[in-house]
Design a protein around this ligand. Structure first.
Ligand code: BG6
Length: 446
């Protein structure tokens, strides 16, 4: 019998843009994902600056959670959820992002949800920005690279934290913030506009890279301000950063592979963790920025705020691990925001993602050893080709196995001595695909 801590926050996770739908009702503005068309495993999603009536935009209706939230919460309660991770759509509160008066209907909507969760004794875990920002704000200065986003986010965060200070304790600032350190993160995580059309996820040049890292810096400052203000609003708030655990191993013990993997791990994981948890840029950042000709427009005030606005816990998503090789001829595997070389010791899901439960324990030990703050697994799960039976059920022993294997490793991590706040499974309800996979021009995974 495996014993987990008594107050462990078991539950599930979703995001506003992948579940709510109702994209333009009751004062909601257009958010960046509302401009992205549907895609498939073979065909990437597309972005056009103007909406095209002939295209299908999944976030517009999503799974209609906006209208069905209460039924869904009933089901979560039936399943024994102790917590539910969700995000607030920034555009329901500030439709364009730069207004100064919030949209009351948006605030009322989330208040009802939080109240209903509380009635069911389900703790809300709230992400302030889950891969979305107001599209109008993104157009203003090309996404997060524009410093005006910092003030707009600060205002938004302050309004919702004040409004829900009696109902929400656990907050996270930006979902998978480290995605912006990666090429596919430009629009997804930073609202930096891609060119019109199918190349959405493959465009990268020096200018975009510079924009991404400046956008990331601006998010660091915005996140720090949210923490500083949040603690003034309610000192009991627990505010976390949220990082995608991009767990990688060296492909061989060749020292070249070891170094390559170490550098990859640093940029993929530690850069954001170090800034948001330790309160300063890590030692390797300077060289990385220099060698990539990246110049960050930071100020002394930014660095001070970053040092003061450190987070209480490290929340992260974990789906897979990969290998890194210094040999560019070795092939890569499929993933969501993570691609790499398949590990011969790790199996793959039917969808082609590596399934490595032990990587979860490995990552947790690495991260806890570095930061020594509580950890929260806020996303973990498996996508599969599920078969809907005639009685509308799905038999998915592969998903049960996946969860069992991963939870066993969470248990091991706790036994290793790591304080873990909880575990919220991703895809606790069917929702829309984020479509992060990174393709080349022939739609081959890079
Ligand atoms: C994470 C995101 O990257 O992975 C979620 O935070 C996302 O928004 C999840 O949905 C699964 O990835 P995908 O590509 O299958 O949607």
């Amino acid at each position: 019998m495996y014993k987990f801590p008594k107050k462990f926050l078991w539950g599930g996770a979703t995001s506003a843009n992948q579940s709510e739908g109702a994209w333009n009702v009751n004062g909601k503005g257009v958010s960046t994902p509302d401009m992205v068309t549907a895609g498939t495993k073979e065909k990437p999603r597309r972005f056009y600056k103007e909406l095209k009536p002939e295209e299908y935009y999944p976030s517009h209706d999503a799974i209609d959670m906006y209208n069905r939230y209460f039924e869904d919460i009933e089901l979560f309660a039936e399943m024994g959820f102790k917590s539910y991770r969700m995000s607030i759509a920034w555009t329901r509160i500030f439709p364009k992002g730069f207004e100064t008066t919030p949209n009351q209907e948006g605030l009322d909507f989330y208040r009802e949800i939080f109240k209903s969760l509380k009635r069911k004794k389900i703790e809300p875990i709230v992400t302030l920005s889950h891969y979305e920002m107001p599209y109008e704000l993104a157009l203003l200065g090309n996404g997060w690279q524009d410093r005006r986003c910092i003030d707009c986010f600060e205002r938004y965060a302050k309004v919702v934290m004040e409004e829900f200070s009696d109902l929400v304790t656990y907050w996270m600032t930006f979902n998978e913030i480290n995605c912006l350190a990666n090429v596919f993160g430009g629009y997804l995580a930073g609202g930096i506009l891609p060119p019109d059309g199918p190349e959405m996820q493959i465009t990268e040049n020096h200018e975009r890279k510079n924009a991404r890292f400046n956008g990331l810096h601006n998010q660091f400052v915005a996140s720090a301000r949210a923490v500083i203000n949040g603690k003034k609003i309610n000192p009991n708030f627990q505010i976390g950063c949220m990082i995608s655990a991009l767990c990688s191993y060296p492909y061989t013990c060749n020292p070249e592979d070891m170094i390559k993997n170490q550098q990859t791990f640093q940029i993929n994981n530690w850069l954001c963790g170090d800034v948001q948890i330790r309160g300063h840029y890590p030692h390797f950042a300077k060289r990385y920025f220099k060698e990539n000709d990246i110049s960050i427009h930071w100020t002394q005030k930014d660095l001070k705020e970053i040092s003061e606005g450190t987070v209480d816990y490290l929340a992260f998503s974990y789906y897979m691990s990969n290998c890194i090789s210094s040999d560019e001829t070795v092939g890569k595997s499929l993933g969501n925001i993570m691609t790499g070389i398949p590990n011969p010791y790790v199996k793959q899901s039917a969808w082609g993602w590596p399934v490595d439960a032990r990587g979860l324990r490995y990552y947790m030990n690495e991260a806890y050893g570095r930061y020594e703050i509580p950890m929260f697994i806020v996303e973990n799960g498996i996508g599969a080709k599920d078969k809907l039976e005639s009685d509308k059920t799905i038999h998915d022993p592969y998903r049960i196995d996946y969860l069992k294997e991963h939870l066993l490793q969470v248990y091991e991590a706790i036994e290793d001595g790591i304080p873990v706040i909880g575990y919220t499974m991703w895809g606790c309800i069917d929702l829309i695909w984020n479509g992060n996979t990174f393709f080349d021009k022939n739609y081959k995974v890079l």
